[in-house]
Design a protein around this ligand. Structure first.
Ligand SMILES: [Zn+2]
Length: 318
């Protein structure tokens, strides 16, 4: 899918950069109101001749979208645009054109993911969130409970970080290009009780302003995430999608592409718990207030051009 085509289309119909909080969805034969990840067989659609849904669900039940907001229906005969929007709304399905890791690499991925999870346990959640690659390698050598990365795991890390994510349908820009990049603690503020960091100044100030304006029920659910943290999250996601990189990237930016690496953060309602990472968040009073106040810019709208699902909880900082 050509991103320019999508951009061109969305700007032609007056969406891109113009309608701050407008939500758009595409009408499709089964524009249903629930996530298909229920364990049941996914319905095959005839949305286009060569890109149908072929199978289903992650073994671990991720999010349940009970309602896809529909304010405006897109009318277009351009099947490429319709397919694109359909995919990011049905992000947790497998599509025929999705790109998978081969069997050997999938085994490496499972080993890598387990090792990264062990590293996070040993190093600690907060420290791991900003850990850089050279330090991770050092830890893995010194701590038998983590264990040294194998050559094929290192090759896979390199591939996941350097491969063009556009190959598998993620269109966001690369934000961190160098695997050895470090996040300096002096640029960060630790947010008490959240177990997260935010960048000082812009991100921190925005978060504080949101708390002041909206109230103490607003919580920081994910702050700064370094390259290794994003690698850990993406690897775990890609294990759950059985090596489907396209499907993994529809709900999580690949390593190097996450705006959490440069300032963005996620917020939630303290009463919503895990459901903060679902569209349920957009039904909360907190979300409505944020929109009414007008200074919250959502990074991943429902019709975004990144190739990512709608994320109302993700706050764009700059
Ligand atoms: Zn986010």
């Amino acid at each position: 899918m050509d991103r320019r085509k999508v951009l061109g289309y969305l700007s032609a119909i007056g969406v891109v950069g113009i309608y701050g909080s407008r939500i758009l969805t595409v009408e499709t034969p089964d524009n249903n109101t629930s996530n298909s990840d229920s364990g049941a067989e996914t319905t095959t659609t005839n949305i286009s001749s060569n890109d149908v849904v072929i199978s289903n669900p992650e073994p671990i039940k991720p999010v349940i979208i009970e309602k896809i907001p529909t304010n405006v229906a897109i009318e277009t005969s351009d099947t490429a645009v319709v397919d694109y929007l359909y995919k990011i709304q049905h992000f947790n399905n497998n599509f025929k054109s999705d790109v998978f890791l081969g069997p050997k690499k999938f085994l490496d991925l499972k080993r890598l993911s387990r090792r990264l999870n062990r590293a996070q346990t040993i190093i600690g959640y907060l420290n791991f969130s900003i850990l850089d690659f050279p330090l991770l390698v050092k830890y893995s050598r010194n701590y038998p409970a983590i264990g040294k990365f194998t050559a094929s795991e290192l090759e896979l890390i390199d591939e996941l970080i350097t491969r063009s994510a556009r190959d598998y349908g993620f269109f966001g820009d690369k934000l961190i290009a160098n695997i050895n990049d470090k996040i300096l603690p002096r640029h960060l503020s630790k947010i008490s009780s959240s177990g997260q960091y935010l960048y000082k100044d812009a991100a921190y100030n925005l978060y504080k302003r949101i708390q002041d304006d909206v109230g103490e029920r607003v919580v920081l659910t994910s702050g700064v995430r370094g390259l290794m943290k994003q690698l850990q999250l993406f690897s775990a996601k890609a294990v759950r999608t059985e090596g489907n990189l396209s499907r993994a990237s529809r709900s999580l930016a690949p390593p190097g592409h996450s705006y959490h690496g440069i300032g963005d953060f996620d917020i939630g309602d303290i009463k919503l718990g895990k459901m903060n990472f679902t569209e349920k968040f957009s039904d909360t009073d907190i979300y409505k207030k944020l929109v009414d106040l007008g200074y919250i810019k959502i990074r991943y709208r429902s019709n975004n051009t990144f190739g990512v699902r709608y994320e109302p909880w993700h706050i764009k900082v700059s």
